[in-house]
Design a binder for this molecule. Sequence first.
Ligand code: AP5
Ligand code: ZN
Length: 214
Amino acid sequence: MRIVLVGPPGAGKGTQAQFIASHLSIPKISTGDIFRANVSGGTELGVLAKQYMDKGDLVPDEVTVAMVRDRIAQPDAAGGFLLDGFPRNVPQAETLRDILAENGQAVDKVLELVVDEDEVVRRLSGRRTCGQCGRIWHVDFDEGRDDICDDCGGKLFQRDDDKEEVVRHRLEVYKEQTEPLVEFYEKEGVLAGIEATGTVDEVTARALAALRPE
Ligand code: AP5
Ligand code: ZN
C-alpha cells in the first residue's frame, strides 16, 4: 500500500507513522527526518535544508522531490510505503503522481490528521525526540523520564523549529501551502479524514480502520 499522511505540524504524523508503518510492514519515509539526519551529519543537503527549516519555511521543491524520488526507488519501498511530510504542496503532489505513474502505481490512501490549533501548540511545546532511535515522546502525555528514551536509553532532544515563533510560522505555511492538498486528494478519491485527538492508540486504531479495504 502507498499511503500519505497529511496534517498540521504537531498533529501526530511522525507518531502515527511509526506505528502504522510497522503494523503494515512497510517503510516510513519522513522527509523531515531525512533532512534532520542530513543537518546532524553536516552534509551539503543538510546545510541547505537548515536555512529553510530554522525559519519554518519549506525546503525548495526540486531538492525535496529528488530526495523522495531516490528513496521510493529503493528495494524496501517496492511493495509500498508510508510518506510522512511529503507531499507538502500541490506541485509536490503532482510530481509524486507522475513519478508513481511511470511504474503504473498511484497513492492508495491519504490520511488527513485533523486536530485544532491549541492542541497542536501544546503537543509541539512538549515534544522530545530520541537522538538514537528517533522515537517521538511528550513530556506531559508520556510517562517516564523527560531526558532519556524509555525504549533505547538514548538522549532526548527538543527540535530547533519548535520555538513558539517558528511554530506559528509553520502553521501559516501549512494553511497556505499544504492545506490545498486536502482538496487535491479529495478529487482523486483517496482522502480519509482522521480525528486526531484522543490517545495515540485511539488515533492509530482510527487510521488502521480507514486503511482496511471497504
Ligand atoms: P516535519 O518534520 O515534517 O515537521 P511538521 O510537518 O511540522 O510536523 P511535525 O514533525 O512537527 O509534527 P508531527 O505531525 O509529526 O507530530 P508528532 O508526531 O511529532 O518538517 C520539518 C521541516 O522540514 C519543515 O518545516 C520544512 O522546512 C522541512 N520539510 C519537511 N518535509 C518537506 C517537504 N515535503 N517539502 C519541503 N520542506 C519540507 O507529535 C507532536 C507531539 O505530540 C509529540 O510530542 C507527540 O508525542 C505528541 N502526540 C502525538 N500524538 C498525540 C496524542 N494523540 N495525544 C497526545 N500527544 C500526542
Ligand atoms: Zn530511543
